[in-house]
Design a protein around this ligand. Structure first.
Ligand code: GRG
Length: 295
C-alpha cells in the first residue's frame, strides 16, 4: 500500500470516530445530553474538512509499533478535539481575529463569540473525558503526555509567546520556541501517544519525539510560506495576515525558509529510519510530502 493510501485509511477511521464523538441532542436542553447549540458549534469545527494529521500520526505510530488500532481511536479523537479547540480560540477576535477557517466561516462568525469560546472549552474538556474512559494500561501515561504538550508547558505556552511577540523584534531562538510549542508539541503528543499505547520502549519513543519535532518545524515553516505564497481559496483561510508576526519567512526571508524546511524534512526522514521499519514506509514520505503542501 502506498503511504498516501495508508494516510487515507487512517483518515477514514478518524472521520467515522469523530462523527460519533459528539452526538446531537434530540431537544435543546435534554438532561444528560450536550445542549443543542453547544453540540452544533462543537461539531461544526470538529467535523469540518481538516487534514487530520495529528490523529493519523497517532494511529500510524500505534500501527507500526504493532498495537491494536481500536485502542488508539479514543486518543485519536481526543487529539483532534484538542486541535479543533485551539483553532476556534486562535480565530477569536481577541487572538487572530480570523473570518475563514477550513474554507468556511470561523466558529465565532457562525455561532457568535460566547458560543465559540464555550465550544472550544467543551472540546478540550471532552478530549480528556474520552481518554479517561479508555481501559488501556497506558491510558494515564498518555493522558499526562497530552496534558503536558497541549497545556501551559506546551501549545498554550507557544501561543502565549506568539501573541506576546506580535509586532516586536525577536531572534531565531524565540521563533523556534514558538514553533516548537505552538505546532510541534501536538505532533509529539500524537506520535508519543501511539508508541506509548503500543507499549514501546523509551528509545523508540525518543526517536518518535525527535521525528515529530522536525515534522512540526517543517510543517510550521511551510505554513509560514503558504501565508506568503499561497492563495486563500486553496489554503482555506486568510493569507498574507502574518506581516506583523514573528514568522520564519519574516525573520529569514522566503528563500532561506524554503531551505530550512528542506533541512527539517531531511532530519525528520533520518529519525524516521529508526521506526519506519515495517513492510511499508509511512513516516519518511509523509515528511517529504510537506515540501509540496498547498493547504
Ligand atoms: C489557542 C491555545 C491556543 C493555541 C492555538 C493551532 C494554534 C495554536 C494556532 C493556529 C495558528 C497556527 C498557524 C498554528 C500552527 C499550527 C498549525 C499550522 C495549525 C493548523 O493546523 P493544520 O494545518 O489544520 O493541521 P487542519 O485544518 O488541516 O486541521
Amino acid at each position: 500500500m502506498q503511504w498516501s493510501d495508508r494516510y487515507t485509511y487512517y483518515q477514514n477511521i478518524v472521520e467515522e470516530a469523530l462523527d460519533s464523538a459528539i452526538p446531537l441532542a434530540v431537544s435543546p436542553w435534554e438532561e444528560g445530553q450536550i445542549p443543542q447549540r453547544l453540540a452544533e458549534a462543537m461539531r461544526y469545527s470538529l467535523l469540518s474538512k481538516g487534514k487530520r494529521i495529528r490523529p493519523v500520526l497517532l494511529l500510524a505510530a500505534l500501527d507500526v509499533a504493532g498495537g491494536d488500532l481500536r485502542c488508539g481511536i479514543p486518543f485519536a479523537v481526543a487529539i483532534e478535539m484538542i486541535h479543533a479547540y485551539s483553532l476556534i480560540h486562535d480565530d477569536l477576535p481577541a487572538m487572530d481575529n480570523d473570518m475563514l477557517r477550513r474554507g468556511q466561516p470561523t466558529n465565532h462568525c457562525k455561532f457568535g463569540e460566547w458560543t465559540a469560546i464555550l465550544a472550544g472549552d467543551a472540546l478540550l474538556t471532552e478530549a480528556f473525558h474520552i481518554m479517561a474512559q479508555s481501559d488501556s494500561p497506558y491510558a494515564l501515561k498518555v493522558i499526562k503526555e497530552m496534558a503536558k504538550r497541549a497545556g501551559a508547558y506546551g501549545m498554550v505556552a507557544g501561543q502565549t509567546a506568539d501573541l506576546s511577540f506580535e509586532g516586536k523584534l525577536a531572534d531565531e531562538n524565540m521563533l523556534s520556541y514558538i514553533h516548537r510549542h505552538k505546532t510541534s508539541d501536538l505532533f509529539i503528543a500524537s506520535m508519543n501517544a501511539g508508541f506509548m499505547l503500543a507499549g514501546s520502549d523509551d528509545g523508540l519513543i525518543k526517536a518518535a519525539e525527535n521525528y515529530a519535532k522536525m515534522l512540526g518545524l517543517a510543517f510550521q515553516i511551510t505554513d509560514d510560506l503558504l501565508d506568503v505564497l499561497g492563495s486563500s481559496e486553496e489554503v482555506g483561510k486568510a493569507v498574507g495576515k502574518d506581516d506583523d508576526k514573528l514568522t520564519w519567512t519574516n525573520l529569514k526571508g522566503v528563500e532561506q525558509a524554503k531551505i530550512d524546511a528542506e533541512k527539517a524534512v531531511q532530519k525528520a526522514v533520518d529519525y524516521a529510519q529508526s521506526f519506519d521499519f515495517s513492510d511499508y514506509a509511512f513516516f519518511a514520505p509523509l515528511a517529504q510530502s510537506l515540501l509540496q503542501r498547498v493547504k
